[in-house]
Design a binder for this molecule. Structure first.
Ligand SMILES: Cc1cc2nc3c(=O)[nH]c(=O)nc-3n(C[C@H](O)[C@H](O)[C@H](O)COP(=O)(O)OP(=O)(O)OC[C@H]3O[C@@H](n4cnc5c(N)ncnc54)[C@H](O)[C@@H]3O)c2cc1C
Length: 416
């Protein structure tokens, strides 16, 4: 069924009786060409592009819960491509371009809103670093704009420009950055993949791999064994656990990341704003809530809930740049499990086991990557060769010393 304004009008006038489920609920078949493990944004996008771009349709996406129950439905919805390094920036810019055409492409309203992202500058040295970043962004065809404090005072008068510790000296804008309704992305990709013949199987947990003589021949699941020519793992925060079932240890740790939303307020924030001297980022949802977050909880965990020290740290970050946030009442907070890689960058790669592929290490920046991750993983699975913008996202980059170290801080699990 194609969605359109005319369809909504017709259904509205005829009692809304003509809508059909957006995807089927099929029983798993005993065998597929490709099995994707994980019905998050990345797994569903991979299946969608495998079908749409590479004409492969005998595919199953296996999800242990319901689609959208993982990080794709828990994130703070920010999209951007303001990266520095050549191993990352072209990939994220391709992703932003895909977001720009996504709703027309999969015929679903994902509320892509390019309302801008602003990274605040608090020192002269930070301005130099952001100028360098802006130039790297230009080289990859992205947009970037430097704002001085006077411009920001006029645009965002509620910010605390003269904060004694963290004065605001300007900012780096990416006007094409913004937000997207996160769970609608999962639903849109699921609908598009299903319409092209992909089986989306929910409540189906992968519990083991069928590996024989170094070749992966399928998976064990809570709904029986399923054979496959190729298996693509795409389970974000569960990466360590699932790859351990295949005997692999990854350069990834799992940590909780929390997010928060306030009561609905009148429109106040035009776009996304990030603190440059600590970890705090905020935007305003279309319902009016201020949606914000900060750092990971800092200890390994597979629990989808966080602890109070980070709540305090995030609140301090918010108060440092926009004290008016202290007057807003908090409505909800929640947590998701982050697959934190040791250099803060992701992996889209084959493994040493024939037929077994891995996509993960997205840290807390993987939502914006969803379209490019899906397309690049589909490319790898279909052609057995990396997509040109994802050639550096290799599992062996630590052994080779070719880290994609955006923050220039070496290996540590709190980067992104
Ligand atoms: C609070 C928070 C805020 C964030 N904010 C942003 C942001 O603003 N911008 C941004 O770019 N990124 C953000 N992120 C990160 C982003 O959400 C993730 O990097 C991204 O969603 C991960 O990819 P995914 O959607 O495929 O993951 P998920 O949705 O987690 O999908 C993985 C799926 O695998 C399933 N699974 C696990 N194990 C198995 C198994 N054994 N068998 C079958 N299925 C299994 C899980 O149930 C899950 O549904 C944030 C994350 C959180 C938690």
């Amino acid at each position: 069924m194609r969605y359109s304004a005319l369809k909504i009008l017709r259904e509205g006038l005829t009692g809304n009786k003509g809508w059909t489920p957006a995807w089927r609920d099929p029983e798993p078949k005993p065998e597929y060409d490709i099995v994707i493990i994980g019905g998050g944004g990345h797994g569903l996008a991979t299946a969608y592009y495998l079908a749409k771009e590479f004409g492969l349709r005998n595919i199953a996406v296996l999800e242990k819960g319901w689609i959208g129950s993982g990080n794709v439905g828990r994130n703070t919805t920010i999209i951007r491509s303001n990266y520095l390094l050549p191993g990352n920036e072209p990939f994220y810019e391709m992703s932003l371009k895909l977001w720009e055409g996504l709703e027309q492409d999969f015929n679903y309203n994902a509320m892509v809103s390019q309302r801008s992202i602003l990274n605040l500058i608090h020192s002269d040295a930070q301005r130099d670093a952001f100028v360098r970043r802006a130039n790297a962004m230009f080289l990859a065809g992205a947009d970037a704009e430097l704002a001085d404090a006077d411009q920001l005072r006029a645009e965002l008068p509620f910010l605390d420009f003269d904060n004694a510790r963290f004065p605001i000296k300007g900012g780096l804008y990416q006007r094409r950055g913004g937000t997207v309704r996160h769970d609608a992305v999962a639903w849109g990709y699921a609908r598009g993949a299903d319409a092209r013949g992909v089986d989306i199987i929910q409540n189906c947990e992968v519990t083991g791999f069928d590996i024989e003589n170094g070749k992966c021949r399928g998976v064990e699941t809570t709904r029986g064994a399923i054979r496959a020519r190729k298996v693509g793992v795409c389970v974000a925060g569960s990466s360590g656990r699932v790859m351990a079932l295949a005997g692999m240890r990854l350069p990834i740790e799992s940590h909780v990341l929390q997010a928060f939303v306030t009561e609905g307020l009148k429109p106040v924030l035009p776009g996304v704003i990030t603190f440059g001297a600590g970890h705090f980022y905020v935007s305003q949802s279309d319902k009016g809530g201020l949606v914000f977050g900060g750092d990971i909880d800092g200890y390994n965990s597979y629990a989808q809930r966080g602890n109070l020290p980070v709540v305090e740290d995030v609140a301090e970050g918010g108060m440092a740049i926009m004290p008016m946030i202290g007057r807003a009442r908090l409505l909800r907070s929640w947590g998701g499990i982050m697959d934190m890689s040791m250099d803060g960058s992701p992996f889209i790669d084959r493994t040493h086991i024939d037929g077994l592929y891995f996509n993960g290490g997205w840290c807390y920046g993987g939502f914006k990557a969803t379209p490019a991750s899906g397309l690049c993983y589909a490319h790898l699975l279909a052609k057995d060769a990396p997509h040109p913008v994802a050639t550096e996202m290799r599992l062996d980059r630590f052994a080779r010393g070719h880290l994609i170290d955006e923050k220039g801080m070496g290996n540590q699990p709190n980067l992104h």
